[in-house]
Design a binder for this molecule. Structure first.
Ligand SMILES: [Zn+2]
Length: 205
């Protein structure tokens, strides 16, 4: 089995080098496509303007953290009518713009956060060699659109620790489908009542 198959999947990328430091496995990679499309006019360009490096964290490998060293090309738009002069190539299946983790690493942390909450999720993330803070775990959970609550019949309510022992929110769970349907900022009866009113209004439409 080639060693490359043991590394995290990097869609749209060619792996150039793998090295190991004290802290992490480093994967140097670049895009596999020779060209990219302008996000404004969709013209394909292969005229490279410049390159820069992004270093997102990826899924761990064999219990060790993995960091990418991803070479990103900035292209000149080849369409004279386009307002945009240059654009950076996108890695839609690997990495969103301006984030510090690959999409697969973000998704795993989101699932952990959804199941365990911020504090316990952060502790598990450290054991899994993808250390992140409770606040980051919660941010990833909250960024995900929650399932529609319009057809929920049985709602469970539980406390959600934003910060252990200091601040609690409320998590609402669809008890029939066993999925979270909303996170409320605090654990007061008022915020729960407001959310319940909102849901019943929406359900009556
Ligand atoms: Zn363009």
């Amino acid at each position: 089995m080639p060693l490359i198959t043991l590394l995290p999947d990097l869609p749209g990328c060619l792996v150039e080098q793998v090295s190991r430091t004290e802290e992490a496995i480093m994967i140097t990679a670049c895009a596999s496509a020779p060209s990219a499309s302008c996000p404004d006019c969709q013209h394909v360009s292969s005229r490279v303007h410049s390159t820069y490096i992004r270093s997102p964290k990826a899924l761990p490998s064999s219990g060790r953290p993995v960091r990418l060293c991803l070479q990103v090309r900035r292209f000149r738009c080849s369409n004279p009518a386009c307002q945009r002069k240059t654009f950076a190539e996108a890695f839609p299946h690997l990495l969103a713009p301006r984030v510090q983790r690959t999409s697969s690493a973000r998704e795993l942390l989101r699932v952990i956060g959804e199941a365990m909450g911020g504090e316990a999720g952060a502790r598990l993330s450290q054991r899994l060699a993808m250390k992140c803070s409770p606040a980051t775990v919660l941010r990833l959970v909250r960024q995900e659109p929650l399932p529609s609550s319009e057809n929920v019949r049985v709602v469970g309510v539980d406390e959600w620790a934003w910060r252990k022992g200091q601040r609690y929110g409320t998590i609402l769970v669809d008890l029939e489908q066993h999925i979270p349907i909303d996170l409320l900022e605090d654990a007061t009866a008022e915020s729960f009542a407001a959310r319940a009113r909102e849901a019943s209004l929406r359900g009556s439409h």
